[in-house]
Design a protein around this ligand. Structure first.
Ligand code: ZN
Ligand code: CU
Length: 491
């Protein structure tokens, strides 16, 4: 009797996600599982045979920095993520969360998304309405804090009772399967919480050994103090720390990543598990309101180009620069920003060219950095990282610039995040692992999405499998939705 598989991937160069160089091997897949790694007999039967000759075969990419909490319901195909090889997203970053429900802050709007009260309910909703990717999530501190404080703009500290309530929600969320706690300490209401308040909530992570992830309190002149705070919170709670989108923001501080990387190395030498994530671009993207609040438009900040990505109430402004609109309004930049926010509300997302290419390269090449998109799926002109992050690392930085070896880059996208966020069975190619897989051509893979035309799929990435099922087949999205919730520590 010939062996039978649902799918066979033949003749690829298999990267197992550990950082080891590739081996020539076939993969035999049954159901959602990699059943065989090695030589699959020629007479084996399969529902589908994928010829990976000349291609790399990698574990599916784990996007550790996602904001797809509601996008998974409003766009279940997850085109931008799926087409670039992402098979698992980790939501709830930067303090934004969708529990408690009344205080969740969604990026894509509330319309037509299912109901839930807590994270057990959120995971059940994902199970009942599956997207094309697997979904893990952090708990957003901002949502918990907004729920207890009531008014996001109220700068007071949380009372003892309010801390206790946040801790209860935190514990329940971890029991439901969340992978950790995130903060966004430049945003309301997180920014009004002291280190002590955050550390108290983070203590709930300890019995689970779940991680603390932080958009730190400053990415400019206060970067090192802000990192020190994140590391200290991890030390007090005795849990691993993840620095979100590691960068030095603003021309005045370019080069400071050398110091912040040294700081991370020192903490690691002292026994603390500190790592970071990064998207490989010199522009960031966030809410315009938060940029104004953080002083981005003060005259002494220097000229940084700002592009409007999403303006729900004035879509005709999407893709315009703030300088261009300021000219049209005949106003100085800071007053033009006020006018944009007055007319278009708080749901305005902007792109800001705030980083140096040297810094991006330095952080990317460092062994403590893993990859995440920080993509924001709103508006017509999102930051191209939503569609291009992973192929950009593989094509531009690995192949064209030789900044890091391919097996190292793949490790930063797969095995490294799976270990850090405790997702067993993912981020690896071995017998018994989940069949989340990407087949790409190292000679041609490249991001195609640009700031001008950001919703373009990459080249050179013909196959993406999620739980054994092709989501991308021969370069086309199949509209399959085989994703599922991924709970902390569970396969
Ligand atoms: Zn952030
Ligand atoms: Cu983020």
């Amino acid at each position: 009797m010939p062996e039978h598989y649902d799918r066979i991937i033949r003749n690829g160069a298999v990267y197992d996600g550990s950082g080891a160089p590739p081996i020539e091997a076939d993969l035999g897949i049954r159901g959602d599982t990699i059943a065989t790694v090695g030589a699959v007999p020629h007479d084996a039967e399969a529902g589908e045979v994928i010829d990976a000759t000349g291609h790399a075969v990698s574990p599916g990419f784990i996007d550790v920095h996602s904001h797809d909490d509601t996008l998974v319901f409003t766009e279940p195909e997850m085109f931008g993520k799926s087409m670039q090889g992402i098979t698992t997203v980790i939501n709830g970053n930067c303090g934004s969360g969708v529990v408690p429900r009344a205080f969740r802050r969604t990026i894509t709007g509330d319309e037509g998304i299912p109901d839930w009260d807590d994270y057990a309910g959120y995971f059940a909703a994902v199970e009942a309405n599956p997207p094309a990717v697997n979904v893990a999530t952090l708990v957003g501190f901002g949502a918990l804090r907004a729920a207890v404080i009531g008014d996001r703009a109220d700068p007071r500290p949380a009372t003892d009772d309010e801390r206790a309530q946040m801790r209860t929600w935190m514990r329940e969320s971890l029991e439901a399967g969340c992978v950790g706690l995130s903060t966004g300490l430049i945003y309301e209401p997180d920014r009004y919480a002291s280190m002590d308040e955050v550390a108290a909530v983070a203590e709930e992570l300890r019995p689970f050994e779940a991680i603390y992830a932080s958009h730190v309190r400053g990415e400019g002149e206060t970067l090192l103090e802000a990192h020190a705070e994140a590391i200290e919170i991890g030390r007090r709670a005795n849990v691993p720390v993840q620095i979100s989108h590691h960068k030095a923001s603003g021309p005045k501080v370019w080069g400071l990543v050398n110091d912040s990387l040294a700081q991370i190395e020192r903490a690691r030498a002292d026994g603390f598990d500190v790592t970071a994530d990064q998207y490989p671009y010199t522009a960031g993207s966030t809410r315009l309101f938060a940029m104004r609040q953080n002083g981005w438009f003060e005259p002494d900040e220097g000229e940084m180009e700002v592009l409007l990505a999403a303006v729900a109430e004035r879509p005709e402004w999407e893709g315009r620069t703030v300088a261009d609109l300021a000219g049209e309004f005949d106003l100085p930049i800071d007053q033009a920003v006020n006018k944009i926010l007055d007319e278009a509300g708080h749901g305005v997302f902007a792109i800001i060219f705030s980083m140096s290419e040297d810094d991006v390269r330095t952080v990317l090449a460092h062994p403590t950095t893993m990859i995440g998109t920080d993509g924001i799926g709103a508006g017509s002109r999102p930051h191209p990282r939503l569609w291009g992050t992973y192929p950009r690392v593989l094509g531009r930085y690995v192949r064209d610039e030789g900044l890091l070896p391919l097996e190292t880059a793949i490790h930063k996208m797969t095995g490294m995040p799976a270990a850090k966020f405790n997702l067993p069975g993912r981020g690896t190619i071995e017998e018994g692992a989940v069949a989340d897989l990407v087949v790409f051509d190292p000679a041609t893979v490249i991001d195609v999405a640009t700031y001008e035309d950001p919703k373009r799929p990459p080249a050179g990435m013909p196959w993406v499998l999620v739980n054994g099922e092709p989501v991308v087949r021969a370069g086309q999205h199949t509209r399959a939705i085989p994703g599922r919730p991924v709970r902390f520590g569970q396969r």
